[in-house]
Design a protein around this ligand. Structure first.
Ligand code: IMP
Length: 201
């Protein structure tokens, strides 16, 4: 973790390194009690995710967007890592197959009847200064199990096959509040929030 030393340039606005307005709304919910304005990155600014880890990709996106906009930037990178598949789909979660249904099918096909169903969702978050320097970075994890078939209608992506034993529910069966409180993204923001607060003064 990079230590943040307070300077005159503490952020009031963060550019979110995503083209997805839903992600900005979601981040706003995690950062609700902070006096921070969030905005989408410019549409024509595309960052190639060339990193080999979630954290490397989050840092890359935050840094490149910060430099291009000359503003503070925040980025996340997340995905599903299945133990018995050596961590796949991992950083390729969004690209594992053309559609979400096919992504789920591929994971279930590759796992087949392997009794080891252990898996985790991972979310990396990074914040960069306008010069591209990463000042905060962290990773949140949520452990669970891959079911043999999908369950539930909520959420997105791999949610219907990701089962959390302590709640006896898949992510797709949880309320948005419950998922937020225990998800990988929730965990990452729980770690980062006090640090962002300290940084914003
Ligand atoms: P990104 O970090 O927004 O690019 O997301 C990467 C991919 O990981 C998504 O497209 C989903 O396939 C998967 N993913 C990340 N977080 C979740 C989640 O909370 N539920 C289900 N799938 C997720």
């Amino acid at each position: 973790m990079t230590n943040f030393t307070s300077t005159e340039t503490t952020p009031r606005l963060l550019v979110v390194a995503t083209g997805n307005p839903g992600k900005v709304v979601e981040m706003q919910e995690y950062l609700t009690d902070l006096n921070l304005q969030l905005e989408l990155k410019p549409k024509d600014l595309e960052i190639e995710e060339t990193g080999e880890t979630f954290l490397a990709n989050a840092c890359l996106k935050a840094s490149e967007v910060a430099k291009a906009t000359e503003k503070w930037a925040i980025a996340d990178d997340s995905g599903l890592a299945v133990d018995a598949l050596d961590g796949r789909p991992g950083i390729y979660s969004a690209r594992y197959a053309p559609t979400v249904a096919e992504q789920i099918e591929r994971v279930l096909r590759e796992l087949a009847d392997n009794p080891n169903r252990q898996a985790q969702f991972v979310c990396a978050l990074a914040i960069a200064r306008p010069d591209g320097t990463i000042v905060l970075k962290t990773e949140g994890i949520c452990r669970g199990e891959i079911l043999y078939s999908p369950r539930g209608n909520g959420g997105f992506g791999y949610d219907p096959i990701f089962y959390v034993p302590s709640e006896e529910k898949t992510f797709a069966e949880m309320s948005p509040e419950m998922k937020r409180s225990l998800s990988h993204r929730g965990e990452a923001f729980k770690i980062l929030l006090p640090q962002i607060k300290a940084m914003c003064g």
